[in-house]
Design a binder for this molecule. Structure first.
Ligand SMILES: Cc1cc2nc3c(=O)[nH]c(=O)nc-3n(C[C@H](O)[C@H](O)[C@H](O)COP(=O)(O)OP(=O)(O)OC[C@H]3O[C@@H](n4cnc5c(N)ncnc54)[C@H](O)[C@@H]3O)c2cc1C
Ligand code: SF4
Length: 435
């Protein structure tokens, strides 16, 4: 059979696919949440707070769960991290707050902080109860480029401080990678848009979708017509492998396919390869590998050029791939993609060895990182294709702040993008008030 014909939709029934894409970490019941909350020691100088990039007062919100004060608990969470609902679903807590939890040393099992955070915040979104009010209007107007976690977090904090905000967003929907990137089983039931609606409901934020701004001219215009500018444009383009055969049909960018998957009404109708090869070792590689398997691919091989310790995907993510049936290969670099009118395989060279590895493939996903759309904005100083910012998210240009994946020094996590947006908003507010 020609390789292209091995790419088919309907490999699994809709019911099977729906089951495979159900909530990865289902929410806690009330009794389970109360039992889990009771496991917290309410540590003085709690290390979990230090390990949270947004500095949420974790013991305080857990204490409020114990007294059934979920609204107060959600307020503690969302006042530091307005995307505390999404972060409860997608944060790699095993390398953040839960890794730091002192319960690890006593029982080798941390308090399930992520699940408790979801338990506390879910009712706020279900009932759409606003916990925040706008301060008196300041008459200042801020432009935000990018409607992802960084831009939305910045917008919400600025709006709550009384400033008017306009978000220019390239995509058709807001949310950035929360809407188009995160694995579908981590954020079910259109939660990304529910959260965006909640954020925008504070008022004072005008959202302009399908508005892609360009470097140089647009930034200069924004600076003239607004009191401050925040850039949260993320990293939209996928890195190239730079090897023969890369242009063959069937060789795809993982992020493009994931975006299609996230927007699909019926996932069982997506075209899926029989033999899928994923090149990369990060979260995107894991996500495309696991999701391909869950869509019905027979063989999924994920190949990384270094060892398991160097993978940016956490140990939990790696285990998730393996238990989902993905075969992970280490120390193998892609040398050549082969095929005639369609990809049929990939040849790899093995580190410190004369041996090679050849894998059959009718689909190859490239997942070796992203870079910035159009290479940057204006004359801002950059390093390795990202904006250089100081500790207040200020760029090299006066009046322009930046945050999220598009700045140097980030860890490419939703929670960090939210923190950058928040820090920038606090600094912009300080500057606009002349404090
Ligand atoms: C496949 C994948 C899975 C991931 N899974 C996780 C996970 O499980 N947990 C986790 O914590 N992190 C995860 N991440 C990382 C996380 O999604 C990002 O760190 C986070 O979304 C960064 O937010 P951001 O606002 O900087 O950028 P983005 O989310 O990329 O948003 C950028 C926004 O800017 C807009 N934009 C871009 N260029 C322009 C322009 N020129 N003009 C106007 N608007 C523009 C876009 O439309 C978009 O809305 C994942 C990333 C990927 C790719
Ligand atoms: S480190 Fe663990 S036990 Fe201590 S306050 Fe944080 S969640 Fe509770």
């Amino acid at each position: 059979m020609p390789t292209a014909n091995r790419i088919e939709s309907g490999r699994l029934s809709k019911t099977e696919v729906d089951e495979n894409f159900s909530d990865l970490h289902p929410p806690l019941t009330r009794s389970a949440a109360l039992i889990e909350a009771d496991r917290c020691y309410f540590c003085y100088d709690a290390p979990c707070i230090e390990a949270c990039p947004t500095g949420i007062d974790i013991p305080a919100f857990i204490q409020k769960i114990r007294s059934d004060n979920l609204r107060g608990s959600a307020h503690t969470i969302l006042s530091e991290n307005i995307m505390g609902g999404m972060c409860a679903r997608v944060c790699p807590t095993e390398i953040l707050c839960e890794e730091a939890c002192v319960r690890n040393t006593h029982e080798e099992k941390p308090v399930e902080i992520g699940l408790l955070q979801r338990y506390a915040t879910d009712p706020v979104f279900e009932q759409n109860s606003q916990l925040f009010e706008r301060a008196a209007a300041t008459g200042k107007k801020v432009a935000i480029v990018g409607g992802g976690p960084a831009g939305l977090s910045c917008a919400h904090r600025l709006a709550s401080l009384g400033h008017d905000v306009v978000i220019y967003n390239r995509d058709n929907k807001p949310g950035g990678l929360n809407e188009y990137g995160i694995a579908a089983y981590k954020t079910v039931d259109d939660f990304a848009q529910t959260e965006v609606d909640y954020i925008l409901a504070i008022g004072g934020i005008e959202l302009r979708n399908d508005s892609r701004l360009d470097a140089d001219t647009d930034l200069a215009d924004l600076c003239e017509t607004h009191d401050a500018v925040f850039l949260g444009v993320g990293l939209a383009n996928s890195n190239e492998l730079g090897i023969d055969g890369e242009d063959l049909p069937g060789v795809l960018n993982a992020t493009d396919y994931i975006a299609e998957l996230r927007q699909a009404g019926d996932k069982s109708q997506l075209p899926v390869g029989r033999n899928v090869v994923v090149i990369g070792g990060g979260m995107t590689a894991i996500d495309i590998a696991v999701q391909s398997k869950r869509l019905g691919a027979e063989q999924v091989h994920m190949v990384y050029r270094r060892g398991p310790e160097q993978m940016s995907a956490s140990v939990f993510e790696q285990a998730l791939a393996q238990t989902s049936g993905v075969v992970i290969h280490h120390w193998a670099s892609p040398a050549r993609i082969v095929g005639n009118d369609h990809v049929s395989g990939v040849e790899f060279s093995i580190a410190d060895s004369n041996d090679g590895l050849r894998l059959d493939a009718d689909v190859v996903f490239k997942a070796i990182g992203q870079n910035m759309d159009n290479g940057g904005f204006g004359k801002l100083e950059m390093q390795s294709g990202r904006f250089i910012v100081d500790e207040n998210q200020r760029t090299s240009m006066s009046g322009v702040w930046a945050g999220g994946d598009c700045v140097v020094g980030g860890d490419d996590l939703t929670v960090s993008a939210v923190q950058h947006g928040k820090l920038a908003a606090i600094d912009i507010d300080r500057q606009l008030r002349g404090a």
